[in-house]
Design a protein around this ligand. Structure first.
Ligand SMILES: [Zn+2]
Ligand SMILES: [Zn+2]
Length: 170
C-alpha cells in the first residue's frame, strides 16, 4: 500500500513531451510552459522555448516589422512632400531651403522613430530615405509638373538627414 502511494506520487512528478507523449521530460517551454523533450526544445538567449512558440514569435516579429516599414515609409513620404512644399513657398530664398530641408528630414525620422518605437526594422533608414525622395518627387510633379535642381538638392538633404538620424538609433 505504501508502495502504491509512493508510486502515485512519483507518477505525478513525471511529465511527458506535449508532442511526443512517450518521452518523459522535465524541460518546459519558457513561454507557454508546456513540457517538451530535447528534440522539441529550441535554445534561445532567455532559455528553452518550444518550436511552436519560436515560430509564433518569428511570425509576430515579421508582421510587426512590415507594419513598421509601412509606417516609416508613410511618414517619410509626407516629410518629402512637406520639404518640397515649404521650400517652394520660400521661393527664391534658397538659404531657407538649406535650413528647412534637413530640419524636416530630421523631424521626419524623429516622428517615424516615435511611432514605431523599439520595434523598428533594420532597414528603416533606407526605407525612410527612399520614401522621402519619392514623396518629394511626387509632390514636386503634382505642384509644378517638374522637378527643379534645387528641389532635388533639398530632397537629398532631407533624405540624408533622415537616414543619418536612423543610423544613429538602429
Ligand atoms: Zn511554447
Ligand atoms: Zn518532443
Amino acid at each position: 500500500m505504501e508502495d502504491n502511494i509512493g508510486n502515485a506520487a512519483l507518477e505525478g512528478d513525471v511529465h511527458y513531451c506535449a508532442v511526443h507523449p512517450e518521452r518523459d521530460t522535465e524541460l518546459r517551454c519558457n513561454r507557454c510552459e508546456r513540457y517538451m523533450c530535447v528534440d522539441c526544445a529550441k535554445r534561445t538567449p532567455v532559455g528553452y522555448t518550444c518550436r511552436e512558440c519560436v515560430r509564433g514569435h518569428e511570425n509576430k516579429f515579421y508582421q510587426g516589422t512590415l507594419i513598421d516599414y509601412a509606417l516609416v515609409a508613410a511618414v517619410s513620404a509626407i516629410g518629402g512632400a512637406l520639404t518640397v512644399f515649404v521650400t517652394a513657398l520660400a521661393g527664391g530664398f534658397l538659404l531657407i531651403g538649406f535650413i528647412i530641408a534637413p530640419a524636416i528630414g530630421g523631424a521626419t525620422a524623429q516622428i517615424a522613430l516615435q511611432i514605431t518605437g523599439r520595434r523598428r526594422g533594420r532597414h528603416s533608414d533606407y526605407v525612410s530615405a527612399v520614401a522621402l525622395l519619392l514623396g518629394g518627387l511626387a509632390a514636386a510633379i503634382f505642384l509644378t509638373g517638374t522637378v527643379g535642381l534645387f528641389t532635388l538638392i533639398f530632397l537629398a538633404l532631407a533624405a540624408s538627414t533622415s537616414f543619418a538620424r536612423f543610423k544613429m538609433t538602429i
